[in-house]
Design a protein around this ligand. Structure first.
Ligand code: SAM
Length: 413
């Protein structure tokens, strides 16, 4: 299959009469939009490519949806005289590769969805023609290549449907694969850490999510703790945007998540007396420090945060005679260096407060460069003095004088 750039087709639902109005280049565009829409709404069953005009001896190709580690991919099986060749693509890459081959390598393409068949045919002169027919296939079930028996985050959970991560049949929408992967990865990390922590098995948990946003991870974590782990749980999402708080509170009520509520508040103003677990996932700038400070003050057993943008340290770092000049003269590298210093300082301040800290890769760098998760577990076996010294050394060598978390923890012993 030839490589090609992303077609960027719209994936909204397409009515058959809209499709029939298409001609010329529009016909192919409409066909690809119908393909993309069928993938998005879960009606895609199969796509067949024929009338091969490319180099070599291939005759046809068949495209189906497969699950690889629970993530839908497009599998393209190309038939040659003596063998078949199989390639598997991520959805967007597959759409792009298939789109490039239609009208170049293959002069006919038929989309089989559970609602209709759509056929794109090129004449000898290369003019494309679209035809819509009744659906020949009735099922769109993807082939499971590597389906796990038990999901840590089952895709058919009601909150995933309500948040539009999954469709009505409980299949993750192609456009929400990244979000679902992030949810799964977070739950996997949190699950392991809870099992290793001192959080008593039968006690109700108090959990706070700082910068909860639209609540993807809040709902997922609450559902996991209560439904999958069977824990009693009081969870609050702290979010400064009132519209998101209203949305999430409505959803929590609809889902009967009785122990979950959302509060419209600035992170720095939140001060619960005790908390078991603090999470802050991509909360902006120093909201991450506020979350960590809240966890330390509330004697949290677990503090899980994935820092986002940060603006405090970059303007402060300077060459202190430690040979950093050649790095910080480039603004982009200076910012990256500042991000690392900010997170190292956070980790050391948490260690100095009695937490064991791990730096974990959260999601692939392919999706975001903000992919570090700082996991802090309360422990009595931490060398707090050394951590304090290392923090001071980091300050001296990189030249920053103020760090929001340090100021927040000033009065904490
Ligand atoms: C990038 S979103 C992340 C949302 C969610 N945690 C997630 O990972 O899906 C960051 C959210 O933090 C909120 N936020 C940023 N600074 C905040 C602060 N100081 N106090 C409360 N909320 C804050 C923003 O309004 C936004 O909704």
């Amino acid at each position: 299959m030839a490589d090609g750039k992303n077609l960027g087709v719209a994936s909204g639902a397409l009515r058959s009469d809209d499709l029939m109005k298409s001609d010329g280049g529009d016909a192919k565009h409409a066909f690809m939009a119908a393909f993309s829409a069928a993938l998005d709404d879960g009606s895609f069953a199969k796509l067949a490519l024929g009338k091969f005009r490319g180099k070599g001896e291939a005759s046809k190709a068949v495209v189906t949806l497969v699950l690889l580690k629970d993530v839908p991919h497009l599998k393209v099986v190309t038939s040659f005289p003596r063998k078949d060749e199989t390639k598997t693509y991520k959805i967007e890459e597959g759409l792009s590769a298939i789109g490039s081959s239609i009208g170049e390598t293959y002069m006919s393409a038929t989309l089989f969805s559970t609602t209709r068949d759509v056929r794109l045919d090129y004449s000898r002169k290369g003019v494309p023609h679209l035809a819509i027919g009744k659906a020949t296939l009735k099922t769109s079930e993807p082939e499971a290549h590597d389906r796990k028996k038990a999901y840590l985050v089952p895709p058919d959970r009601p909150y995933l449907k309500a948040l539009q991560v999954a469709d009505a049949e409980g299949r993750i929408k192609p456009s929400m694969q990244g979000k679902y992967r992030q949810i799964c990865r977070f739950i996997e990390i949190a699950d392991d850490l809870i099992k290793d922590s001192d959080l008593k098995k039968d006690a109700a948990l108090t959990v706070i999510d700082i910068g909860s946003g639209k609540g993807y991870l809040t709902f997922a974590f609450y559902d996991h703790l209560t439904t999958q782990l069977g824990r009693r749980c009081h969870m609050a999402g702290i979010e400064m945007r009132g519209d998101l708080v209203d949305f999430c509170n409505r959803l929590a009520r609809d889902l009967r998540f009785d122990g979950l509520s959302f509060v419209a508040e600035e992170a720095s103003r939140s001060s619960p007396p005790h908390v078991d677990i603090i999470i802050a996932l991509h909360a902006c700038d120093t909201a991450t420090d506020d979350a960590m400070a809240l966890g330390v003050r509330g004697d949290a057993s677990l503090i899980l945060s994935a820092p986002c943008c940060q603006h405090e340290i970059a303007p402060q770092i300077k060459d202190t005679g430690e040979g950093l000049q050649g790095l910080i003269k480039y603004p982009l590298l200076k910012q990256r260096q500042a991000d690392l210093i900010t997170d190292a300082a956070r980790a050391l301040l948490l260690e100095a407060s009695g937490y064991k800290v791990k730096m974990i890769e959260f999601v692939s760098t392919e999706h975001t460069s903000k992919n570090i998760l700082i996991a802090a577990v309360k422990s009595s076996h931490v060398d707090r003095v050394t951590a304090r010294e290392q923090y001071q050394a980091l300050k001296n060598t990189s030249g920053f004088s103020t760090h929001h978390l340090e100021s927040q923890l000033k009065d904490v012993g």
